[in-house]
Write a protein that binds this ligand. Structure first.
Ligand SMILES: [Fe+2]
Ligand SMILES: [Fe+2]
Ligand SMILES: [Fe+2]
Length: 165
């Protein structure tokens, strides 16, 4: 699978196995982000709960969409996506922040931190792909990074709305 894609990149000097490792770590992050948003949305309570719950569910679904895009690219490059969810915790960059305080404010803060981490992860992949001449991964990572920036902004706006009088 993906033999030609790999061949072209290796000729350009890209370390494809290293790129696959980075993509798999991002893939783990996406699943954990999905679960964190989804779980947070279920238990959220307090100010503007309906709005914040809806936004969190929307972001959860978008993280799942990112997982799919990253997974497809891993396979195209001849790699195998992480198969065992236990490995999400071993390979994640951004981790999983267990929602212990269910207030909308605390949940927003947790997810803002996760988004900031995701932006840094994709920034790194964008740079790595650019240097290695992998325009396909470059565009995928760039577009996901843009979504993560939008997520961060949406949450910051909600946090402002419930904080500012
Ligand atoms: Fe994501
Ligand atoms: Fe996100
Ligand atoms: Fe949003």
């Amino acid at each position: 699978m993906g033999k030609k894609a790999r061949e072209i990149l290796e000729k350009r000097g890209m370390k494809v196995d290293e790129l696959i490792k980075k993509l798999n770590r991002a893939y783990a992050d996406e699943w954990l982000a999905y679960i964190q948003y989804w779980t947070g949305a279920q238990v959220a309570e307090g100010l503007m709960r309906p709005n914040i719950e809806a936004e969190m569910m929307e972001h959860a679904n978008e993280e799942l969409g990112h997982a799919k895009k990253v997974c497809d690219r891993i396979i195209e490059l001849g790699g195998t996506p992480i198969l065992d969810p236990k490995d999400y915790f071993k390979q994640t960059n951004c981790g999983y922040d267990v929602p212990k305080n269910f207030s909308t404010k605390a949940l927003l803060k947790q997810n803002i931190d996760a988004e900031r981490c995701a932006i840094a992860v994709y920034n790194d992949i964008v740079e790595y792909a650019r240097k290695g001449g992998d325009t396909v991964t470059f565009h995928i990572a760039r577009s996901i990074m843009q979504d993560e920036m939008e997520h961060e902004q949406d949450l910051e706006d909600l946090l402002t709305d419930i904080t500012v009088k």
